[in-house]
Design a protein around this ligand. Structure first.
Ligand code: NAP
Ligand code: MG
Length: 400
């Protein structure tokens, strides 16, 4: 059979350790037999980042802006220990942070559901996607320890030098104080990414914040979302048969718990930090969590939510077999290929991406999986068989 082709390359961002190994196997066993891959390749492995003084990361980010679709392998964010291990020139920042800043994007995380791995919340039969605003608030705040009675005020100086003071609190004794901010620009980018993602996924969008208490701050988030929705997205949402809804964050949490899932949940920075860990755990496994970075102008970068699985890599390097779960990395590839299929109206490519995901899920549902899943799998009449990574990929290939 002739291989599937497409026109515009996908940006391929290679990474580190065990996921770097899985990356090559996924291409060899699942993709290249069917698709004539056309990628612009960037090696973000730590060795090459060091050789290029991290230039490769910036170039890869710019390439995603230019070509619209990227697929990224997990990468090491170096710490002191890694600096020694790799003899690095310096401690490079997280590649995800660098690329997120270039694309000004929002990260959407969605669990991959299979029968036999039951969420802790039994009513959640459809995946819940979380969108975390990744800029500002308490993550870029000034924290102050007040050590004795003191008067705290907020001082704002505009560009003409005019000063406005706002009272914060009259301390009678010691305490703490915090100043934080966000920008209309960042909130608007977040809103655009959320609305665009909801449209492309065909799912409802919920946004929760606390504007009853934080009337100006959270009120601004609510207002920006509402303005952008009314002026740019309302008609498109109506046509797609999906809804946008703002609710108070506490009401939102209560309703999510009672729901059957299936929505996209936009969260402010802190809420997203806390709730995405809760959702990942509740749905079963970090190895089954897919992730995509969406820029406000519609560029997509797909990746797995987990890291480079270092412990397994050391075993692999020692010549031992590993049973590392490749599912989230497979879904990064299927996501990118499917997206390229959409941008080029390429039905065979869209179908291939969907079939790859279906084959992966049905392989697990028929009892063949990696060790992390075998230990939590529970479906009547099926005894889970634990396979090593390569044999698991081959099982998916024959299903495909
Ligand atoms: P990790 O690589 O996600 O692994 C943590 C543990 O979770 C593993 O040891 C393994 O548990 C389990 N696990 C994660 N993914 C798995 C998979 N696909 N299959 C089977 N088990 C899996 O996190 P980490 O150990 O904290 O970080 C390792 C490196 O990854 C670090 O250098 C970090 O900087 C980097 N990292 C990168 C990204 C990214 O690029 N997006 C994200 C997070 C971390 P067992 O050992 O019990 O089997
Ligand atoms: Mg967290």
């Amino acid at each position: 059979m002739a291989k599937i082709t497409y026109d515009k390359p996908i940006v391929e961002l290679q990474g580190d350790e065990m996921t770097r190994i899985l990356w090559d196997w996924i291409k060899e066993i699942l993709i290249e037999p069917h698709v004539s891959l056309k990628t612009e390749y960037y090696d973000l492995g730590l060795v090459h980042r060091d050789e290029t003084d991290d230039r490769v990361t910036f170039e890869a980010g710019e390439a995603i802006k230019r070509l619209g679709v990227g697929v990224k392998c997990a990468t090491i964010t170096p710490n002191e220990q890694r600096r020694e291990e790799y003899g690095l020139k310096r401690l490079y920042p997280s590649p995800n942070g660098t690329i997120r800043a270039i694309l000004d994007g929002t990260v959407f995380r969605t669990p991959i559901l299979v029968k036999g791995i039951t969420p802790y919340v039994p009513t959640w039969t459809k995946p819940i996607t979380i969108a975390r605003h990744a800029y500002g608030d308490v993550y870029k705040a000034t924290d102050v320890r007040v050590v004795e009675a003191a008067k705290a005020e907020l001082l704002v100086t505009d560009s003409a030098g005019n000063e406005t003071k706002y009272p914060v609190f009259d301390f009678k004794g010691a305490g703490v104080l915090q100043g934080m901010h966000n920008t209309d620009r960042s909130i608007s980018a977040f809103a655009h990414s959320c609305f665009n993602f909801a449209l492309s996924a065909g799912k409802d969008l919920w946004f929760g914040a606390k504007d009853t208490i934080s009337k100006v701050y959270d009120g601004r988030f609510k207002a920006i979302f509402a303005e952008i929705f009314e002026s740019e997205f309302k008609d498109k949402f109506d046509k797609a048969g999906i809804k946008y809804e703002y609710t108070l964050i506490d009401d939102c949490v209560a309703r999510i718990m009672r729901s059957s899932g299936g929505m996209i949940w936009a969260c402010k920075n802190y809420d997203g930090d806390v709730m995405s860990d809760m959702l990942a755990t509740a749905f079963g496994s970090l190895a089954m969590m897919s992730s995509v970075l969406v820029s406000p102008d519609g560029n997509y970068e797909y990746e797995a939510a987990h890291g480079t699985v270092t412990r397994h890599y050391y075993k692999y390097r020692a010549g031992e077999e590993t049973s590392t779960n490749p599912v989230a990395t497979i879904f990064a590839w299927s996501g990118a290929l499917g997206r390229r299929g959409e941008t080029e109206n390429n039905k065979p490519l869209i179908d291939f991406a969907a079939n790859l995901e279906r084959a992966t899920i049905s392989t697990i549902e028929s009892g063949y999986m990696t060790g992390d899943l075998a230990s939590i799998f529970n479906a009547e009449g099926i005894t889970p068989k634990k396979l090593n990574s390569r044999d698991f990929l081959k099982a998916i290939a024959s299903e495909l």
